[in-house]
Design a protein around this ligand. Sequence first.
Ligand SMILES: Cc1ncc(COP(=O)(O)O)c(C=O)c1O
Length: 376
Amino acid sequence: MDSAATSLSPIPVIKAMDEYELRYRANVGRGVHRLALVATQKYADAHKKIASFIGATEGQTVITKNTTEAINIVACGMEWHKGDRIVTTTLEHHSNYLPWVRLHEKHGINLSVVPPGPDGTFDLSLFEDTIDDATKLVAVSHASNVLGSVTPVNKIAALCRAHDSRLLVDGAQSVPHIPVDVKKAGCDYLCFSGHKMLGPSGTGVLWMKSPDLSPLLVGGGMISDVTADHYTESGGYMRYEAGTPPVGSCIGLGKAVDYLEGIGMDRVMNHEQALTTRMIDGLSSVKGVTVYGPPPGKNRIGVVSFTVKDLHPHEVAHILDEAAGIMVRSGEHCCIPLMHHIGADNGTVRASLHLYNNADDVEQLIVTVEEISRMV
Ligand SMILES: Cc1ncc(COP(=O)(O)O)c(C=O)c1O
């Protein structure tokens, strides 16, 4: 129950990576021999699958190391001027917060931080009041990695359009669990982690509507020409993937997309929502347990944060592991401002689901939390 941190890969994903390593391992976009051509084609095919998974028929889909790198590519690649404004929220993972704080501290960019309600949902009028003509970028999580709340990014997108601001959506917790379509979301950038959506570790994705960011890295594989004192950048995703990319892992991520599509994201969402409803109902009924986040329902993913009496979250997590083999995350979840905002200064225990969890897992969690609560 720690899939919000990273997920488990199914066998077809591992096999696809093994096949690359054992049968056609070669670098991509560089050689003309047979293996190089096969690897280059499969690598390009994986990009296409990933783009289609998020409904991207335009723009550029770039493979990164993780969501953090994808967000930093945007932060470092946009052109900033003093007086520009960035609007973000208190809900954000540090990865979608620190890049903006750094721009604020180092380059004098104005930073506005919109607070959510205690359950992680937003009063849209706060965005309406905050986004102005100086706002160059609005950066929000699609789904909270602490509270599980889902942000109505398409409504925020409409506000962005009215002020000519760009919208970055941190989809680290949404893309693996609910259907996400960049056109419906109306965003300019979508960042997510391949490793949280059954893909291998070391993979993330940046989709950008207009490939006009300045690349974070320069070097091999991203140019069309170099002279003594000038280089011309190539087009396509290659422009943002300097150096040898994680070829086998990207092919594995393409397979993870096949796997999720084979099941259907609606089914994944419904399965996880049913388990989440039971989890919240069960945990809420345990005496001494505080559950954070919105009530069960459509606008929620399977990330459930809770505390047990005044036990430290790490203590609860240790007992869950030792007593019942249940692996959960505990602590601040890379969201220190949010922890203070919701009054959980020591952090929370977080149980997070994926498609491979079942009703027994949830019942076992509830029963074990009940026992812990009775003990103290
Ligand atoms: C909402 C959110 N954003 C960003 C990240 C960072 O992802 P990564 O560690 O893959 O860079 C996470 C990871 O937990 C997350 O939950």
